[in-house]
Design a protein around this ligand. Structure first.
Ligand code: ZN
Length: 118
């Protein structure tokens, strides 16, 4: 015999951007669309033990991604051995999990966990 009861569950119906505060729900009835900048710093880092998570609306995500791309361009603009102009900076190939710009990236030694759009 099945005994049934009603349970209250908590659903995320919206995510507010941590930068501009706007809603990330693009269309009524659909899940929020947002990106996450996330890091967990470990041993050897001056930020050892600190974790960060910033949820971003689409607009703020791409503004920040553009700024990171500009930072990369500035960092490598006088380097001969790096292609500093990457049109698909950070973009992941659909279904593969591989970044389109992997071949051009300098090996990353930090602990940045992810930057993605949900
Ligand atoms: Zn925003």
């Amino acid at each position: 015999m099945k005994v049934k009861t009603l349970k209250q569950i908590e659903l995320v119906t919206d995510v507010r951007c941590d930068v501009c505060g706007c809603s990330t729900v693009m269309a009524e009835g659909y899940s929020p669309q947002f990106g996450v900048l996330q890091a967990a710093w470990g041993y050897g880092s001056p930020h050892d033990g600190e974790q960060y998570e910033v949820e971003l609306c689409e607009s703020c995500f791409f503004e920040d991604l553009a700024q990171l791309c500009r930072n990369r361009q500035l960092h490598f603009m006088f380097s001969d051995d790096r292609d500093w102009n990457i049109p698909d900076f950070g973009l992941v190939k659909p279904g593969s999990g591989e970044r389109r710009d992997d071949a051009a990236l300098v090996p990353f030694t930090g602990h940045l966990l992810s930057v993605f759009i949900t």
